[in-house]
Write a protein that binds this ligand. Structure first.
Ligand code: NAP
Length: 239
Protein backbone atom coordinates (compact mmCIF):
# COMPACT_ATOMS: atom_id res chain seq x y z
CA UNK A 1 0.00 0.00 0.00
CA UNK A 2 2.60 2.50 1.14
CA UNK A 3 2.80 5.93 2.77
CA UNK A 4 0.36 5.25 5.59
CA UNK A 5 1.38 5.98 9.18
CA UNK A 6 1.12 2.79 11.25
CA UNK A 7 1.49 2.67 15.04
CA UNK A 8 2.23 -0.82 16.40
CA UNK A 9 2.28 -1.13 20.20
CA UNK A 10 4.74 -3.61 21.70
CA UNK A 11 6.85 -3.74 18.55
CA UNK A 12 10.37 -4.50 19.76
CA UNK A 13 9.84 -8.26 19.60
CA UNK A 14 7.60 -11.07 18.42
CA UNK A 15 4.36 -10.39 16.56
CA UNK A 16 4.54 -6.61 16.99
CA UNK A 17 8.03 -6.34 15.57
CA UNK A 18 7.22 -8.59 12.59
CA UNK A 19 4.08 -6.52 11.94
CA UNK A 20 5.89 -3.19 12.04
CA UNK A 21 8.59 -4.52 9.70
CA UNK A 22 5.98 -5.93 7.30
CA UNK A 23 4.23 -2.54 7.02
CA UNK A 24 7.61 -0.82 6.59
CA UNK A 25 8.56 -3.22 3.78
CA UNK A 26 5.35 -2.16 2.01
CA UNK A 27 6.50 1.48 2.14
CA UNK A 28 4.47 2.63 5.15
CA UNK A 29 5.83 4.82 7.95
CA UNK A 30 5.96 2.91 11.20
CA UNK A 31 5.92 3.95 14.86
CA UNK A 32 7.66 1.36 17.07
CA UNK A 33 6.76 1.22 20.76
CA UNK A 34 7.76 -0.70 23.89
CA UNK A 35 8.06 -0.12 27.62
CA UNK A 36 11.38 -1.55 28.78
CA UNK A 37 13.32 -2.41 25.60
CA UNK A 38 14.17 1.20 24.85
CA UNK A 39 17.52 0.46 23.23
CA UNK A 40 15.95 -2.19 20.98
CA UNK A 41 13.24 0.31 20.04
CA UNK A 42 15.72 2.99 18.98
CA UNK A 43 17.72 0.35 17.11
CA UNK A 44 14.60 -0.85 15.17
CA UNK A 45 13.70 2.73 14.28
CA UNK A 46 17.20 3.67 13.14
CA UNK A 47 17.44 0.59 10.91
CA UNK A 48 13.96 1.15 9.40
CA UNK A 49 13.85 4.19 7.10
CA UNK A 50 11.02 6.65 7.73
CA UNK A 51 10.13 5.23 11.14
CA UNK A 52 9.98 6.49 14.72
CA UNK A 53 10.29 4.91 18.18
CA UNK A 54 8.16 6.13 21.08
CA UNK A 55 8.66 4.58 24.53
CA UNK A 56 5.44 4.23 26.50
CA UNK A 57 3.41 1.91 28.70
CA UNK A 58 -0.14 1.61 27.30
CA UNK A 59 -1.50 1.00 30.81
CA UNK A 60 -0.53 4.58 31.72
CA UNK A 61 -2.95 7.23 30.48
CA UNK A 62 -0.27 9.93 30.16
CA UNK A 63 1.86 7.53 28.08
CA UNK A 64 -1.07 6.82 25.73
CA UNK A 65 -1.49 10.55 25.21
CA UNK A 66 2.23 11.01 24.58
CA UNK A 67 2.43 8.10 22.11
CA UNK A 68 -0.36 9.60 19.98
CA UNK A 69 0.95 13.17 20.36
CA UNK A 70 4.49 12.19 19.27
CA UNK A 71 3.11 10.25 16.30
CA UNK A 72 1.05 13.23 15.14
CA UNK A 73 3.86 15.71 15.85
CA UNK A 74 6.27 13.66 13.72
CA UNK A 75 4.05 12.45 10.87
CA UNK A 76 0.97 14.69 11.05
CA UNK A 77 -1.45 11.76 10.69
CA UNK A 78 -2.32 8.24 11.83
CA UNK A 79 -3.81 5.65 9.49
CA UNK A 80 -3.45 2.31 11.26
CA UNK A 81 -3.32 1.45 14.97
CA UNK A 82 -2.22 -2.10 15.79
CA UNK A 83 -3.00 -2.81 19.46
CA UNK A 84 -0.50 -5.61 19.98
CA UNK A 85 1.01 -4.90 23.42
CA UNK A 86 -0.22 -7.23 26.15
CA UNK A 87 0.87 -9.01 29.27
CA UNK A 88 0.11 -12.31 31.00
CA UNK A 89 0.89 -14.53 33.97
CA UNK A 90 1.19 -18.27 33.43
CA UNK A 91 -1.12 -19.84 36.04
CA UNK A 92 -2.67 -23.31 35.93
CA UNK A 93 -6.44 -22.87 35.51
CA UNK A 94 -7.09 -25.06 38.57
CA UNK A 95 -4.94 -22.84 40.79
CA UNK A 96 -7.64 -20.35 41.75
CA UNK A 97 -5.70 -18.83 44.66
CA UNK A 98 -2.81 -17.75 42.43
CA UNK A 99 -5.15 -16.03 39.97
CA UNK A 100 -5.87 -13.37 42.60
CA UNK A 101 -7.35 -9.94 42.00
CA UNK A 102 -3.92 -8.30 41.73
CA UNK A 103 -3.20 -10.60 38.78
CA UNK A 104 -6.59 -9.84 37.19
CA UNK A 105 -6.00 -6.10 37.61
CA UNK A 106 -2.45 -6.22 36.25
CA UNK A 107 -3.52 -8.10 33.12
CA UNK A 108 -6.69 -6.07 32.48
CA UNK A 109 -4.81 -2.77 33.04
CA UNK A 110 -2.71 -3.50 29.94
CA UNK A 111 -4.73 -5.83 27.71
CA UNK A 112 -8.15 -4.23 28.13
CA UNK A 113 -7.98 -0.78 29.75
CA UNK A 114 -4.71 0.19 28.02
CA UNK A 115 -5.96 -0.96 24.62
CA UNK A 116 -9.24 0.90 25.12
CA UNK A 117 -7.53 4.08 26.30
CA UNK A 118 -5.04 4.22 23.44
CA UNK A 119 -7.80 3.51 20.91
CA UNK A 120 -9.94 6.35 22.25
CA UNK A 121 -7.01 8.76 22.26
CA UNK A 122 -6.21 7.78 18.66
CA UNK A 123 -9.81 8.00 17.42
CA UNK A 124 -9.90 11.62 16.21
CA UNK A 125 -6.74 11.07 14.16
CA UNK A 126 -8.11 7.78 12.78
CA UNK A 127 -11.45 9.36 11.89
CA UNK A 128 -9.59 12.05 9.96
CA UNK A 129 -7.84 9.45 7.76
CA UNK A 130 -10.72 6.91 7.63
CA UNK A 131 -8.29 4.69 9.48
CA UNK A 132 -8.15 1.21 10.89
CA UNK A 133 -7.65 -0.46 14.26
CA UNK A 134 -6.39 -4.03 14.45
CA UNK A 135 -6.35 -5.66 17.88
CA UNK A 136 -4.12 -8.63 18.62
CA UNK A 137 -6.33 -11.02 20.55
CA UNK A 138 -5.81 -14.79 21.00
CA UNK A 139 -7.62 -18.08 20.41
CA UNK A 140 -7.68 -18.14 24.23
CA UNK A 141 -10.34 -15.40 24.03
CA UNK A 142 -12.93 -17.81 22.64
CA UNK A 143 -11.72 -21.35 23.45
CA UNK A 144 -10.71 -23.07 26.67
CA UNK A 145 -6.97 -22.77 27.33
CA UNK A 146 -4.56 -19.87 27.47
CA UNK A 147 -1.79 -19.02 29.91
CA UNK A 148 -4.22 -18.17 32.73
CA UNK A 149 -7.94 -17.53 33.24
CA UNK A 150 -7.46 -13.73 33.66
CA UNK A 151 -5.44 -13.62 30.41
CA UNK A 152 -8.07 -15.56 28.45
CA UNK A 153 -10.85 -13.39 29.91
CA UNK A 154 -8.93 -10.25 28.88
CA UNK A 155 -8.81 -11.49 25.28
CA UNK A 156 -12.54 -12.34 25.38
CA UNK A 157 -13.13 -8.74 26.46
CA UNK A 158 -10.94 -7.55 23.58
CA UNK A 159 -13.01 -9.57 21.08
CA UNK A 160 -16.22 -7.95 22.27
CA UNK A 161 -14.54 -4.52 22.33
CA UNK A 162 -13.55 -5.10 18.69
CA UNK A 163 -17.13 -5.81 17.62
CA UNK A 164 -18.71 -2.97 19.58
CA UNK A 165 -16.10 -0.38 18.55
CA UNK A 166 -16.54 -1.41 14.92
CA UNK A 167 -20.27 -0.83 15.22
CA UNK A 168 -19.84 2.51 16.97
CA UNK A 169 -17.04 3.89 14.78
CA UNK A 170 -18.28 2.93 11.31
CA UNK A 171 -18.30 4.14 8.64
CA UNK A 172 -15.20 6.23 9.40
CA UNK A 173 -13.02 3.71 11.23
CA UNK A 174 -12.83 -0.06 10.73
CA UNK A 175 -11.96 -2.22 13.75
CA UNK A 176 -10.86 -5.85 13.46
CA UNK A 177 -8.77 -8.34 15.42
CA UNK A 178 -6.54 -11.32 14.81
CA UNK A 179 -6.61 -14.30 17.17
CA UNK A 180 -3.28 -16.12 16.96
CA UNK A 181 -2.84 -19.71 18.12
CA UNK A 182 0.63 -20.70 19.34
CA UNK A 183 3.29 -18.43 17.86
CA UNK A 184 7.07 -18.78 18.31
CA UNK A 185 8.06 -15.57 20.10
CA UNK A 186 10.08 -14.82 23.25
CA UNK A 187 6.73 -15.06 25.12
CA UNK A 188 6.35 -18.81 24.32
CA UNK A 189 10.06 -19.69 24.06
CA UNK A 190 10.01 -22.01 27.09
CA UNK A 191 6.72 -23.77 26.17
CA UNK A 192 8.40 -26.70 24.37
CA UNK A 193 5.69 -29.25 25.24
CA UNK A 194 3.00 -26.98 23.84
CA UNK A 195 5.01 -26.43 20.64
CA UNK A 196 5.40 -30.22 20.30
CA UNK A 197 1.66 -30.70 20.82
CA UNK A 198 0.81 -28.12 18.15
CA UNK A 199 3.29 -29.61 15.68
CA UNK A 200 1.69 -33.02 16.20
CA UNK A 201 -1.99 -31.99 16.10
CA UNK A 202 -2.58 -28.77 14.11
CA UNK A 203 -3.55 -29.41 10.47
CA UNK A 204 -0.60 -27.25 9.36
CA UNK A 205 1.75 -29.26 11.67
CA UNK A 206 3.79 -26.40 13.16
CA UNK A 207 3.63 -23.46 15.52
CA UNK A 208 3.09 -20.10 13.84
CA UNK A 209 5.78 -17.53 13.18
CA UNK A 210 5.37 -13.81 13.96
CA UNK A 211 5.43 -13.25 10.18
CA UNK A 212 2.39 -15.57 9.77
CA UNK A 213 0.39 -13.21 11.99
CA UNK A 214 1.88 -10.03 10.52
CA UNK A 215 0.75 -11.09 7.04
CA UNK A 216 -2.88 -11.25 8.20
CA UNK A 217 -2.70 -7.94 10.08
CA UNK A 218 -1.34 -6.20 6.97
CA UNK A 219 -4.11 -7.76 4.88
CA UNK A 220 -6.81 -6.64 7.35
CA UNK A 221 -5.46 -3.10 7.17
CA UNK A 222 -6.44 -2.96 3.49
CA UNK A 223 -9.58 -5.17 3.53
CA UNK A 224 -11.95 -2.25 3.02
CA UNK A 225 -15.29 -4.09 3.54
CA UNK A 226 -14.33 -6.03 6.68
CA UNK A 227 -15.10 -4.69 10.14
CA UNK A 228 -15.87 -6.07 13.60
CA UNK A 229 -14.25 -9.43 12.84
CA UNK A 230 -11.84 -11.60 14.81
CA UNK A 231 -9.74 -13.62 12.38
CA UNK A 232 -8.13 -16.80 13.71
CA UNK A 233 -4.49 -17.39 12.71
CA UNK A 234 -3.68 -20.79 14.25
CA UNK A 235 -2.74 -23.25 11.49
CA UNK A 236 -6.12 -24.90 12.06
CA UNK A 237 -5.31 -25.82 15.68
CA UNK A 238 -8.82 -25.08 16.98
CA UNK A 239 -10.66 -27.04 14.28
N1 NAP B 1 3.06 -15.68 21.22
C1 NAP B 1 1.89 -16.31 21.16
O1 NAP B 1 1.81 -17.54 21.08
C2 NAP B 1 0.61 -15.51 21.18
C3 NAP B 1 -0.59 -16.20 20.99
C4 NAP B 1 -1.79 -15.49 20.99
C5 NAP B 1 -1.78 -14.12 21.18
N2 NAP B 1 -0.60 -13.47 21.38
C6 NAP B 1 -0.66 -12.03 21.57
O2 NAP B 1 0.27 -11.42 20.68
C7 NAP B 1 0.73 -10.18 21.23
C8 NAP B 1 2.23 -10.11 21.20
O3 NAP B 1 2.77 -11.26 21.82
P1 NAP B 1 4.27 -11.76 21.56
O4 NAP B 1 4.29 -13.20 21.82
O5 NAP B 1 4.75 -11.23 20.25
O6 NAP B 1 5.01 -11.01 22.79
P2 NAP B 1 6.53 -10.58 23.04
O7 NAP B 1 7.46 -11.14 22.02
O8 NAP B 1 6.76 -10.88 24.48
O9 NAP B 1 6.49 -8.99 22.82
C9 NAP B 1 5.71 -8.18 23.64
C10 NAP B 1 5.93 -6.73 23.28
O10 NAP B 1 4.97 -5.95 23.98
C11 NAP B 1 5.64 -4.92 24.69
N3 NAP B 1 4.83 -4.56 25.85
C12 NAP B 1 4.51 -5.32 26.92
N4 NAP B 1 3.72 -4.63 27.77
C13 NAP B 1 3.54 -3.39 27.22
C14 NAP B 1 2.86 -2.21 27.62
N5 NAP B 1 2.19 -2.16 28.77
N6 NAP B 1 2.90 -1.12 26.80
C15 NAP B 1 3.59 -1.16 25.63
N7 NAP B 1 4.28 -2.25 25.21
C16 NAP B 1 4.25 -3.34 26.01
C17 NAP B 1 7.01 -5.49 25.00
O11 NAP B 1 7.93 -4.46 25.27
P3 NAP B 1 9.01 -4.53 26.49
O12 NAP B 1 9.95 -5.66 26.10
O13 NAP B 1 9.65 -3.23 26.51
O14 NAP B 1 8.23 -4.85 27.74
C18 NAP B 1 7.30 -6.22 23.67
O15 NAP B 1 7.73 -5.28 22.70
C19 NAP B 1 0.09 -10.09 22.62
O16 NAP B 1 -1.10 -9.33 22.53
C20 NAP B 1 -0.26 -11.54 22.95
O17 NAP B 1 -1.33 -11.63 23.85
C21 NAP B 1 0.60 -14.13 21.39
Amino acid sequence: MGERVVLVTGSTSGIGEATALAFARGGDHVVFNSVHSVEAGHERASSTPGSLYVQGDISRSEDCERIIAKTLEHFGRLDVLVNNAATTKKIDHHDLESANLDVWREIFEVNVFGTWNLSVKAMDALRATKGVIINVSSVAGSHSGGSSIPYSASKAALNQMTALLAKAMGPEVRVNAVAPGLISTPWTQSWQRTHDFVSATAPLRRSGTPEDVAEVIVALATASYVTGQVLTVDGGLML
